[in-house]
Design a protein around this ligand. Structure first.
Ligand code: ZN
Ligand code: ZN
Length: 169
């Protein structure tokens, strides 16, 4: 499956041994699921990443230097962007979640956790968005929990829990 990449230097210098060690370490971390996913992405013309690490950015749909990661995306944002540049849907969130692309809190089952690539510009925007999110209280900025806290106090989840269901489970 794996082959020796071209960029690995052949000579017996220190640099070569460091490069080889790094390559071998990376190979040890890869598994079958990862290889399967990578092959699926590389065989698709629109998702493909070239050797300069350029692929289609899921934020602005332009082809540029991009890094892939995991983000939350709502129904509307996914509809706008389509599935051409989307690598994989990881998880369907059953509770409220904030969409990383439009920054709005969405209802349960309206947000998916996705794996996609973003360009440098969009990654910068994402960084700023997450910083603002943390500054505004992170999870506590959820409008549903805010409403519940206002109505029943800060220990609302403890008050509303049904004790009989949590005994001997
Ligand atoms: Zn972008
Ligand atoms: Zn959205």
């Amino acid at each position: 499956m794996s082959h020796r990449p071209e960029y690995l230097p052949e000579d017996g210098s220190g640099q070569a041994s460091v490069a080889r060690e790094g390559y071998e370490n990376r190979q040890l971390k890869t598994n079958d699921i990862q290889l399967k996913l990578r092959n699926a992405i590389q065989s698709d013309e629109q998702k493909k990443v070239n050797k300069h690490n350029e692929s289609v950015c899921y934020g602005c749909m332009r082809r540029d230097y991009a890094l892939s990661s995991i983000f939350y995306c709502c129904q509307d944002c996914m509809k706008k962007r389509g599935t051409e540049a989307l690598y994989k849907i990881v998880y369907h969130k059953p509770s409220e979640e904030i969409c990383d692309f439009c920054g709005k809190w969405q209802k349960p089952y309206d947000v998916w956790q996705i794996n996609c690539a973003l360009c440098t510009k969009c990654n910068g925007k994402m960084l700023e968005f997450h910083r603002n999110y943390r500054e505004n209280g992170g999870k506590k900025s959820n409008p549903f929990t805010k409403k519940m806290r206002r109505k029943y106090g800060k220990d609302y989840s403890m008050l509303l829990k049904q004790p009989a269901r949590t005994i001997n489970l």
